[in-house]
Design a protein around this ligand. Structure first.
Ligand code: GTR
Length: 358
C-alpha cells in the first residue's frame, strides 16, 4: 500500500514552520513557501541572484517559409541581460506554430542545441499548436566544475552560492522574461520542462518562478522529484561526489544524513502548488527510482489541498505502467522503458496541457 510505504519514509512535514507554527492557511503557506525556498537555496541548489531589470532578444535569423514544411516560424534568438559583471548573452531556438494569434509555449531546457533532437519531437509539438523555446544548457554554463559563461558573471560563495542547476534554471526564467514581450506567445500558458538533470532544473525553476503555469520533470530522480529518504539507486552521497557542481557546497553535508535533513524533495514539489505539476518516471529507470518519485508526489499533495485545488488523485498503490494520472493538480505517469525523454512522454504532457488549457 502506498500510504504504508509513505509512512516508512518519515518525511519532514510540509507545514511545520521554522518557529513551530503550522502553515494551515493559504496566507501562512505563502510564508512557509518563502522558508522552503530559503532552505533549498541554502542547503541544496544554492542562492539565486536577483532577476535582471531587463532582458532583450535579438532575432539573428528567421525562417517563416520553409521551417517544418511551412507550418512554423523558426527563429534563432540571442538573449542578453545585465549582470554584476556586465552583459551576458546566450542563444536559443524559438519555434512558433502558424495559425494562432498567441501560442502556448514549452520552455525546454535541453542537452543539445539541435532542432529537432532525440529528446525534442519539435514537429509533433508544432502540429499540436505548441511553441517551443529551447536552449542548450552548456550555452549557459558548462556541465562541469568550470565556472564559465553565466557562472563567471556573479560573485559566488562556496557554501550557498548557486550550483549549475540553479544557473540553468535562471536562464530558463530569463527566456520567459523575453517571451512575455512577444505578442505571438501566450506567456500565461508557459510550461518549463527538462529531462533528468534538466528535469531537476525544471523543478527548481518552476518552484521559484510562479509565472510558469505548469512544470514537467521527466525522469529527474535524485535531487529532483524523488524523495531522498529511503531512495534506491542514486543517493545524495553519490550525486554530490560525481556532480558536486550541480549544487551548492552545503548539500554534500547531507550525504548519508538524509533522515536528519530539514527538507526532502516532496517539499520542492510543494512549491509548485497550486499550479500544475507533471512528474514522469520510466519503469526500468531504477537509478532515478520511480517509487520514490511517486511517493514524493503523494507527500507533496497536501500543499495543493491547502490551496483548495485537488493534488494527486490516485489509488493507494503504485500506478500501472502507461496509464497517466491527470485528474489532479499533480499528474504522474510511469512509462514502459528506460531513461529517456520520449515522444510518449511529450504526448502525455501535451494531452494534459490541452485538457486544462495550460
Ligand atoms: C546521471 C545522474 C542522474 C541524472 C542523469 C542525467 O548520471 O546520476 O542524476 O541526472 O545523469 O542527467 O542524464
Amino acid at each position: 500500500m502506498l500510504s504504508e510505504l509513505l509512512n516508512e519514509r518519515h518525511l519532514p512535514s510540509l507545514f511545520t514552520m521554522n518557529d513551530g507554527r503550522t502553515a494551515d492557511t493559504p496566507d501562512l503557506w505563502r510564508e512557509r513557501r518563502r522558508e522552503l525556498i530559503d532552505i533549498f537555496s541554502r542547503e541544496e541548489y544554492g542562492c539565486t541572484p536577483e532577476a535582471p531589470k531587463s532582458v532583450s532578444g535579438v532575432i539573428e535569423s528567421r525562417d517563416d517559409e520553409r521551417a517544418f514544411a511551412g507550418k512554423a516560424v523558426w527563429e534563432r534568438v540571442r538573449l542578453t541581460f545585465d549582470t554584476p559583471r556586465g552583459p551576458f548573452s546566450f542563444p536559443f531556438n524559438l519555434l512558433i506554430p502558424k495559425g494562432q494569434e498567441k501560442a502556448p509555449v514549452f520552455v525546454h531546457i535541453a542537452f543539445h542545441a539541435a532542432v529537432p533532437d532525440e529528446y525534442l519531437p519539435a514537429e509533433e509539438l508544432i502540429d499540436r499548436g505548441y511553441a517551443v523555446a529551447t536552449f542548450c544548457y552548456t550555452d549557459v554554463t558548462a556541465d562541469s566544475a568550470e565556472m564559465d559563461k553565466l557562472a563567471a558573471m556573479y560573485p559566488r560563495d562556496d557554501k550557498t552560492g548557486w550550483g549549475k542547476i540553479g544557473m540553468w534554471a535562471f536562464a530558463a526564467s530569463r527566456i520567459l522574461d523575453y517571451l512575455t514581450t512577444r505578442p505571438d506567445i501566450d506567456a500565461a500558458r508557459a510550461c518549463v520542462t527538462g529531462h533528468s538533470r534538466l528535469g531537476k532544473t525544471a523543478l527548481w525553476c518552476g518552484a521559484q518562478d510562479e509565472r510558469f503555469s505548469m512544470v514537467v520533470s521527466n525522469d529527474s530522480g535524485c535531487s529532483g522529484a524523488a524523495v531522498s529518504r529511503g531512495k534506491v539507486g542514486e543517493s545524495i552521497e553519490r550525486i554530490t561526489t560525481v556532480f558536486p557542481f550541480w549544487f551548492c557546497g552545503n548539500y554534500r553535508a547531507w550525504s548519508g544524513r538524509e533522515a536528519e535533513a530539514p527538507f526532502d524533495q516532496h517539499m520542492l514539489l510543494s512549491l509548485i502548488a497550486p499550479r500544475r505539476l507533471y512528474v514522469c518516471s520510466a519503469h526500468t529507470d531504477t537509478w532515478a527510482d520511480p517509487t520514490s518519485e511517486f511517493l514524493s508526489c503523494a507527500a507533496a499533495s497536501p500543499a495543493w489541498t491547502l490551496l483548495r485545488v485537488p493534488g494527486l488523485i490516485a489509488s493507494d498503490a503504485m500506478p500501472e505502467r502507461d496509464v497517466p494520472l491527470m485528474e489532479g493538480g499533480i499528474c504522474y505517469h510511469v512509462r514502459t522503458g528506460g531513461h529517456f525523454h520520449s515522444r510518449t512522454d511529450w504526448n502525455w504532457h501535451m494531452d494534459c496541457r490541452d485538457r486544462y488549457r495550460l
